[in-house]
Design a protein around this ligand. Structure first.
Ligand code: GCW
Length: 727
């Protein structure tokens, strides 16, 4: 009955337009040519073999897809005895075998996996479990949206990683830390929202890309959420997630036993503290039987943690993990533990070292249901960072990679930055200890499946999404990042280009011109953004004291946060070498350490992350550092401006509201890129005393002004302008 009511609530969710631009995102189900997909006729019946709530979702989704894409209302029948002609049959492997024993060819499917097959006029979507059935249906609908012929079909797929979660940094008052798309879809005014239709719609989106968990509250966790009355409300969110196979999890504060429970201490080794966690976790599971687990940020940026009692992250993680273990829950314990009161005078101090320094002695000391969650870079989601050396330092510990979908330091969704290529660089980095052995990439490490890391029991991906009520992520083209995160967590071998194209086709249809334009914009965007912001791995140069938006070159220097660029009149960059610097480079396995330690082999794009050099230092490209800064910034601002007419070529070919929203944001970006360019080139020109070879710095704005006047003379949609700002 409850399930039926929930289904009703979901099918009667507010109409698409009330959800703002971006909804229904990539589940647009635009009409396709049915004959291209089904040359022998469109299946007219959906047969659901089982009665699991996820199989109900699967059949409902098929009906939606049929209606939207094939403009056909299918007959939906349940049970194995249905009379079939042309049909799609959905069920678990066990159900399919019971239905037709002859279809069992011995290939067994793991949980969450699926197989799509055709036999005669019947298409079969078979899952290793009900969640796999749902994933299989979404995969089939993707094939249809891309107009692939389904005349023949036999393919199987399963996720590389068991943990595929988004983290949402939502606060009970409805704000979202580092959220750039309006208020929370979960909370309002200190309470869980009464209307959870957007939460349900979000779970559907997540499920369509294989995401199986969602942490609904800020890692800077609010203690009150663990109160009984709040848990009862949070259980409603879990119910709407459940329909799509998404398990809810919570961020918790390690001081809860004291701050909420009234104990004298929150020392993780105190038996009363352990008992408190056990009783609290049991209470959570009574409210939410399929609760996924907890996310913990401790001893970081002012959050309480075990160090206060001289205990370690392993002690803290394990005390909660032991409470979760009987229920099948996990702990994601963040490796983002660092001191934000570093002494900037100390040339050996280095925030980048913190992960390995704090965790390497703990390898093998975490319980099996603890996963150490590691930000992909050692600092904090900057536009360019090397991969975190912590991935190589914990061979006997479950690990997951933390990626940031919300664009905190990468333009806050007012700049277009497709992040998948950046994430791929981290995932594909080879961390093997010696070149003699086989490659050991970060994606293998987090998948927990390679022999060198045989003690892994689980691993995966967590992505900080921070979706809000405004088109999920605000910028319509930023949704490719959420989509790409899910697809990579499922299969990290997919290319950035393939993911972009898939997302584009599902979102905008198969028009080759639209695909070409959107793919170009997405795939060029990271390089463009990096060009007019922080060069050569120095950091983003974003204003780190304020809202992390716009240039603030000096804000990184002379404070305890450790995002130093060490720029003075003579040179720039952090010396992280073993020979003369902080020794950070020595935290990498030998082959990578050798590559970064030597100026001869350190890649240009990471030069200033690893080394301190004079502005006149010549890069592998042949340019000096200073000339590189000038050239890339002028190029980058021009390239940002050029995105506007590229997008304008799609006028009338994409939905009007999306067209206008993207145009507005690209125009803003073009202006803001000029602000970035001028701030950085002028600051470094003054600092280095080296003039631009092309004499552009301080002179160029006149040209830009002239160009922008020309542009604004052309007709454009109302309410848009080229003016930059930081609203
Ligand atoms: O850099 C910081 C962000 C914080 C965030 C923190 C983290 C939630 O600016 O807003 O806190 O990273 O990842 O914990």
């Amino acid at each position: 009955m409850l399930a039926a009511l929930l289904l009703l609530a979901i099918t009667t969710a507010p109409a698409q337009d009330s959800l703002g631009p971006g909804e229904p995102a990539w589940l647009a189900y635009r009409p396709v040519n049915p004959a291209a997909v089904f040359p022998n006729g469109v299946p007219d019946t959906v047969v659901v073999l089982g009665s699991d709530v996820l199989e109900n979702s699967a059949s409902r989704e098929l009906a939606l897809g049929w209606r939207g894409m094939l403009q056909y209302e299918p007959r939906v029948v349940t049970g194995a005895n249905a009379q079939l002609a042309r049909a799609v049959v959905v069920g678990t492997q066990a159900e399919v075998t019971t239905w037709r024993a002859s279809l069992n060819d011995g290939k067994s499917l793991a949980p969450d996996s699926y197989r799509l097959r055709r036999t005669g006029d019947i298409l079969i979507v078979e899952g290793g479990d009900p969640r796999g059935v749902l994933y299989g249906v979404f995969a089939l609908l993707r094939r249809i949206a891309e107009e692939h012929s389904l005349a023949t079909l036999d393919e199987s797929s399963g996720p590389a990683d068991s943990i595929r979660w988004t983290n949402e940094w939502d606060n009970p008052n409805g704000t979202i830390e580092r959220g750039y798309a309006g208020p929370s879809i979960f909370f309002k005014d200190g309470k869980v929202r009464a209307d959870l239709s957007r939460a349900a719609a979000y779970a559907r989106l997540l499920s369509s890309i294989g995401i199986n968990g969602c942490t609904i509250n800020n890692v800077n966790a609010n203690i009150g959420l663990l109160k009984p009355e709040n848990l009862a409300d949070i259980a409603h969110i879990a119910s709407v997630f459940r329909v799509y196979g998404v398990r809810l999890s919570l961020s918790i504060d390690m001081s809860s036993p004291q701050a909420l429970g009234g104990l004298k201490t929150f020392d993780p080794l105190d038996p009363e503290v352990a008992a408190w966690w056990k009783s609290k976790v049991d209470e959570i599971y009574r409210a939410i039987p399929d609760f996924g687990g907890v996310l913990i940020k401790a001893d970081s940026e002012g959050r309480p943690g075990p160090l206060q009692y001289g205990r370690t992250p392993a002690h803290a993680a394990n005390v909660v993990a032991r409470a979760l273990q009987p229920h099948g829950g996990i702990v994601l314990y963040r490796g983002f533990v660092y001191n934000n009161h570093l002494d900037w005078h100390d040339m050996k101090a280095d925030r980048a070292r913190a992960g390995v320094d704090n965790f390497h002695t703990l390898d093998g000391k975490f319980d099996d249901n603890v996963i150490v969650l590691i930000k992909h870079g050692p600092i904090d989601f900057q536009a360019r960072e090397p991969v975190s050396p912590l991935f190589a330092a914990l061979p006997h510990t479950n690990q997951a990679i933390e990626l940031q979908i919300t664009q905190e330091y990468t333009g806050q969704q007012r700049h277009l930055v497709y992040l998948v290529p950046m994430w791929k660089e981290a995932l594909d980095t080879d961390m093997r200890a010696s070149l003699a052995g086989p490659p050991l990439t970060v994606k293998q490490i987090v998948s927990g499946r390679n022999i060198a890391h045989e003690h892994h029991t689980a691993g995966g991906f967590a992505g900080v999404a921070n979706v809000g009520t405004d088109g999920w992520l605000g910028h319509p083209l930023a949704l490719a990042n959420l989509y790409g995160f899910g697809r990579l967590a499922w299969d990290s071998n997919l290319t950035a280009a393939a993911i972009s194209d898939e997302w584009t086709r599902l979102t905008f249809g198969n028009d080759p011109e639209v695909r070409a334009v959107v793919n170009k914009l997405e795939l060029d965007s990271w390089h463009i953004y990096e060009s007019y912001t922080g060069p050569l791995g120095v950091g983003t140069l974003t204003d780190i004291i304020g809202i992390h938006f716009g240039p603030g070159i000096e804000s990184a220097e002379r404070n305890g946060w450790g995002q130093w660029i060490r720029a003075d009149n003579n040179g720039i960059g952090m010396d992280r070498t073993v020979a003369t610097g902080t020794g950070y480079i020595g935290q990498y396995p030998a082959p990578l350490a050798a590559k970064y330690e030597s100026l001869a082999t350190c890649p240009d794009e990471l030069l200033l992350f690893m080394h301190h050099v004079p502005y006149s230092y010549r890069l592998h490209s042949g340019k000096t550092v200073m000339q590189h800064i000038d050239d890339t910034h002028y190029w980058g601002a021009d390239a940002a401006a050029a995105q506007v007419p590229i997008w304008e070529s799609l006028h009338g070919k994409v939905p009007d509201a999306t067209y206008a929203e993207v145009l507005k944001r690209l125009q803003f970006q073009a202006g803001h890129a000029v602000v970035w360019r001028d701030a950085i080139t002028q600051w470094f020109t003054k600092m280095s005393g080296l003039p631009d070879a092309e004499n552009r710095v301080d002179h160029y704005p006149n040209r830009i002004e002239a160009e922008s006047m020309q542009r604004s003379a052309r007709p454009r949609s109302p309410g848009t302008s080229l003016t930059a700002g930081t609203t």
